[in-house]
Ligand binder design. Structure first.
Ligand code: PLP
Length: 394
């Protein structure tokens, strides 16, 4: 027996365990400190009433002979495909139901999609990055190139014609930076991919946070994307499904004349047995008129949190991106502090916890992520403390 030696090449991630240890140590030494966490990347608002009603109704369906559902199609129920086709239509994208695959979330699909690509492909990943893209490729033994995201490109790297990549990861709006590509930026990537017979793996998990009408919410809003891009999306951030689990992947028929769509269908029907009927009914309810209105209410709640943090950073004169069209704010650590130095300083001075940028890659050194997924009152309190702390540096 031989193990997959590639696992030995994975970098250990100590980011969240180190944060937890540091916060615990600080709490033990300062039991009176009222610590506020702005580091979490998970939603906190409960599922909306339309979704809860759909869940209850689907449970009842499963209790009756006439409405019971056993195995469904691996790629999802028609009712959810239809709802998604309608959703894409609202931002001007026409899809066929057979181009949409329902899954238990974007993370699984982002990892599993690699099954349909050869081992010798060169992979291009932005730095800093959502760690899943890197680790799934390291596990498969693929060569990974990084592209620098930094202040000078607004944390939105554009293609470099001298770099030859086959598989390109883009996440917009981005986790961790909150930066979002405009149409021209995405068009540059689509043109590069089509010219190089490359594929773009486009993570749109935060598209629902986009408010600016000029920003694309799907890569298929860009001409030429259907011949080069696979889009991953999720109900997690959109509708609070992080613990309920549902997402989708779009593999256009125009991509390699339908070859990749067929391969992904084959992969899913072989290794996956579909998402729970109950959960797919809940996901369908997100797209009902009530569901859409109710999720907007929660998204607005997070948006207000982001605006509160952004206005504190504006007042303190700190450089940051995100905070608009995204639940993340990515700031430059003041006074030349490193990411961990700023983490310790902020914990000690303001009793606020965030995430050191260097945990997401070398280009994150000297940057720091704050999230808008917290409680509104606590976020206000945290923003006031951050502002007061930053003023002491001036
Ligand atoms: C949260 C998140 C997702 C969604 O993952 P799920 O598995 O659907 O919960 C996808 N991509 C990024 C970058 C994320 O931050």
């Amino acid at each position: 027996m031989q193990i997959n030696q590639n696992y030995d090449n994975l970098e250990q991630s100590y980011l969240f365990s180190t944060i937890a240890r540091k916060v615990n140590e600080y709490s033990a030494a300062h039991p009176e400190a009222d610590i506020i966490r702005l580091g979490i990347g998970d939603v906190t608002r409960p599922l909306v009433p339309a979704v809860i009603d759909a869940l209850h109704a689907a449970v009842e369906d499963q209790s009756r002979q006439e409405t019971f559902h056993g195995y469904g199609d691996e790629q999802g129920y028609g009712f959810l495909h239809e709802a998604l086709v309608g959703y894409y239509k609202t931002h001007g994208v026409t899809l066929d139901t057979n181009e949409i695959f329902i899954s238990d979330g974007a993370k699984s699909d982002l990892g599993n999609i690699l099954d349909i690509f050869g081992a010798d492909n060169t992979v291009l990943i932005p730095d800093p990055v959502y760690p899943v893209y890197v680790d799934t490729n390291v596990m498969a033994g693929r060569k990974v190139l990084f592209m620098d995201a930094n202040e000078s490109n607004g944390f939105l790297p554009l293609p470099d014609a001298s770099v030859k990549a086959d598989i390109i990861y883009l996440c917009s709006p981005n986790n961790p930076t909150g930066a979002a590509y405009d149409r021209a930026g995405l068009k540059a990537w689509v043109d590069y991919a089509n010219a190089n017979s490359a594929v773009i793996l486009y993570d749109a998990a935060y598209e629902c946070f986009i408010e600016d009408e000029n920003l694309p919410r799907s890569i298929y809003e860009i001409e030429g994307a259907k011949t080069c891009a696979i889009e991953f999306c999720s109900f997690s951030k959109m509708a609070g499904f992080t613990g309920t689990r549902c997402g989708w992947t779009v593999v256009p028929q125009a991509l390699m004349d339908g070859k990749l769509n067929k391969m992904w269908l084959r992969r899913q029907t072989t290794k996956f047995n579909g998402v729970a009927y109950i959960v797919q009914r809940a996901a369908e309810a997100v797209f009902s008129p009530e569901g859409m209105q109710e999720i907007q209410h929660n998204l607005d709640y997070y948006r207000r949190n982001a605006a509160v943090i952004a206005s504190a950073l504006d007042e303190a004169g700190v450089w940051y991106c995100g905070g608009k069209n995204s639940p993340y704010l990515w700031l430059k650590c003041p006074a030349g502090m490193g990411s961990w130095e700023f983490f310790d300083w902020l914990l000690d001075t303001a009793h606020v916890v965030g995430t050191p940028g260097e945990g997401f890659g070398p280009c994150g050194k000297g940057y720091f992520r704050l999230t808008a997924f917290g409680d509104a009152d606590r976020t206000k309190e945290a923003a006031a403390r951050i502002l007061a702390a930053l003023k002491t540096l001036q």
